[in-house]
Design a protein around this ligand. Structure first.
Ligand SMILES: Nc1nc2c(ncn2[C@@H]2O[C@H](COP(=O)(O)OP(=O)(O)OP(=O)(O)O)[C@@H](O)[C@H]2O)c(=O)[nH]1
Length: 571
């Protein structure tokens, strides 16, 4: 996997991880905010409803309390069979009825278990009357209210006998000994009540009123939750029927329980997340002490903060994420990867022995500095390589030269002479010309060595070399063939020149050596080479002439002709 892919993969992974963490944090935060917002909405709602509901019922409750404590009512309740007391009580009840909102009253007496109800349309003198049967569950409310003993209760109930559903304001009638004599009050039509409270048609907000026992009494948005159905089929439906999940049921009942336990729970709100119809809602509950009910609000969080609000945020997030990736990719490519790839190519070239570097990218970072160092290092390496090559070449030239030089005399040695002769033979063939060759040998050199020592012998060799150089032309090639033998290649040359130079050398050695006090002479054999001669023949001819010179008594010059027999002595 390339470095680019790895780096981009790593960055994308890190960005994804960071995005995931941010998203989770955002979810937590938004949920927390929505929950807090929902709680505040619920608190405001509770205060509002508490005020409106209490305001709406305050007058009815006050009138009902007043009526329940009226002496005429107490007396009648104590003696229900007394017609006079009954007439007086009913008369006062008519006044009460005229003052209450829904123009109705009811009285249920404990003594004779009779229930009286009158409303606007029933006629003033003819209250509806029926007996409360203790075995009839529909009449159970009466004994329950007496049993609970709360002075005031509010209940939404359907009266089978009357065929009506009302919010009943129930006030206990008690004698001076606090014995309950009966229940009386008025019934309020639910529609009227809901209108009084004010139908807050806030989208996503559902309000329920639940009595002290958790039974749903009133609901505001009929179309949202079919509480009517619940109440119709299950008159005693408690608020937990709204929820499917057992933990939600438990939560809501727990919330009511907590509020009940707190005596100072007025206005306080308990809330928690629940699921209704598959949607997450914030359920809040508050206690309304004036009427002894709870108000439960369900706030649809999706309506409060729709997910669609998040789309622009997600779009901005995604586009900035992609943009970051692209920018990162471009930056990494231009600032890191491209310079590294170019540098890698340059390293490869140098490794293969080429100092021709491509143009290196040098970004203003560590990689740029590395490329710069590499370029300078390569330049220095190239310089030192060149210097080394130059030294090696010079050394090789020197070795080549030394290999062709005689160390004692400084003249060409046998190898050097061979090369010169080869070149001259080639040139002679090419140009059809000849060149001369002289072969010299010091006379009686063995005797000199023997008499004067090897050291003096070496000195003689060096002196003869010097005189040899003096005796030839600048472009001739004198050399030491070996021992006390010397060869001179003369080019260009003709027969006369050959003889002249050979004679001059012989004379020079003779005369100069005499001056040193140790006279030596040389015998010289010469040969004028022909264009078709080879090296062997040339040397053989010169050697033959030298032999003749030795034969003739030494210190002599003999020149060999092209013919083997044809040798002349030069005077
Ligand atoms: N001092 C010295 N002597 C050498 C060197 N090389 C060869 N010799 C001696 O040179 C002598 C050559 O003798 P020859 O050429 O055979 O004989 P010669 O005594 O010169 O007699 P002719 O050539 O017949 O005149 C030998 O004694 C070698 O030992 C050298 O480098 N230095």
């Amino acid at each position: 996997m390339s470095l680019q892919t790895r780096i981009l993969g790593l960055i994308a992974g890190l960005l994804f991880a960071a995005s995931g963490a941010s998203w989770l944090a955002y979810q937590q935060l938004s949920q927390h905010l929505v929950q807090r917002l929902g709680q505040q909405v619920a608190e405001v709602q509770v205060r509002y409803d508490s005020a409106r509901l209490v305001q709406s019922l305050e007058r009815e409750i006050s009138l009902a309390r007043q009526m329940a404590n009226a002496p005429a009512m107490i007396r009648w309740a104590q003696q229900p069979g007394n017609p006079l007391l009954k007439a007086k009580a009913l008369g006062q009840l008519e006044d009460f009825r005229a003052n209450v909102t829904d123009k109705s009253y009811f009285v249920a007496l404990r003594e004779n278990r009779q229930y009286y109800y009158n409303e606007e349309n029933s006629g003033a003198d003819a209250p509806i009357q029926y007996a409360l049967n203790p075995d009839n569950p529909d009449h159970g409310w009466f004994d329950k209210l007496i049993r609970e003993g709360r002075e005031l209760s509010l209940d939404v109930n359907h009266d089978i006998e009357l065929g009506i559903t009302r919010l009943w304001v129930d006030v206990l009638m008690k004698d001076e000994n606090d014995r309950v004599l009966g229940v009386m009050g008025t019934g309020l039509k639910l529609d009227t009540l809901l209108e009084d409270i004010g139908d807050v048609s806030e989208r996503g907000l559902t309000t329920l009123f639940v009595n002290y026992n958790g039974t749903i009494e009133l609901y505001r948005q009929r179309n949202y939750l079919d509480v009517a159905r619940l109440m119709g089929s299950e008159p005693e439906a408690t608020v937990d029927v709204l929820f499917e999940a057992p933990e939600d049921k438990q939560q809501i009942l727990g919330m009511l329980q907590m509020l009940k336990q707190r005596t100072d729970a007025d206005g306080e709100v308990e809330s928690g997340l629940v699921t209704v119809d598959g949607r997450t809602q914030l359920a809040s509950a508050a206690y309304l002490p004036a009427i002894g009910w709870f108000e439960v609000t369900l706030l649809d969080l999706e309506t409060l903060l729709p997910r669609s609000y998040l789309w622009p945020l997600i779009a901005v997030f995604l586009s900035s994420f992609l943009l970051s990736l692209v920018v990162l990719q471009l930056v990494i490519r231009s600032r890191i990867l491209k310079p590294i790839v170019t540098l890698e190519g340059a390293v490869k070239k140098v490794r293969e022995g080429s100092f021709e570097l491509p143009r290196l990218d040098k970004p203003d970072n560590e990689i740029g500095r590395l490329a710069d160092h590499f370029e300078k290092m390569t330049h220095a390496l190239e310089q030192s390589n060149r210097e080394l090559e130059r030294k090696v070449a010079a050394r090789t030239d020197e070795l080549t030269r030394l290999a062709r030089i005689d160390p004692l005399t400084g003249l060409k040695n046998r190898r050097g002479l061979d090369e010169v002769m080869e070149e001259e033979i080639e040139r002679a063939k090419r140009q059809g010309t000849g060149f001369g060759i002289l072969w010299l040998d010091i006379d009686h050199f063995k005797t000199i060595n023997d008499q004067h020592g090897h050291q003096i012998g070496d000195e003689i060799l060096c002196r003869v070399s010097l005189w040899l150089k003096v005796g030839v032309r600048p472009y001739d090639h004198p050399g030491r063939w070996g021992g006390d033998e010397f060869v001179v290649v003369l080019s260009p040359c003709d027969g006369q020149t050959l003889e002249q130079i050979a004679a001059r050398i012989r004379l020079l050695v003779e005369q100069e050596s005499r001056k040193t006090g140790l006279a030596v002479t040389v015998s010289v054999g010469g040969y004028l080479c022909q264009p078709d001669d080879n090296c062997d023949r040339i040397l053989r001819q010169a050697d033959r002439a030298l032999y003749q010179a030795k034969e003739k008594g030494r210190n002599t010059v003999c020149i060999s002709g092209a013919d083997d027999e044809d040798t002349v002595v030069v005077e």
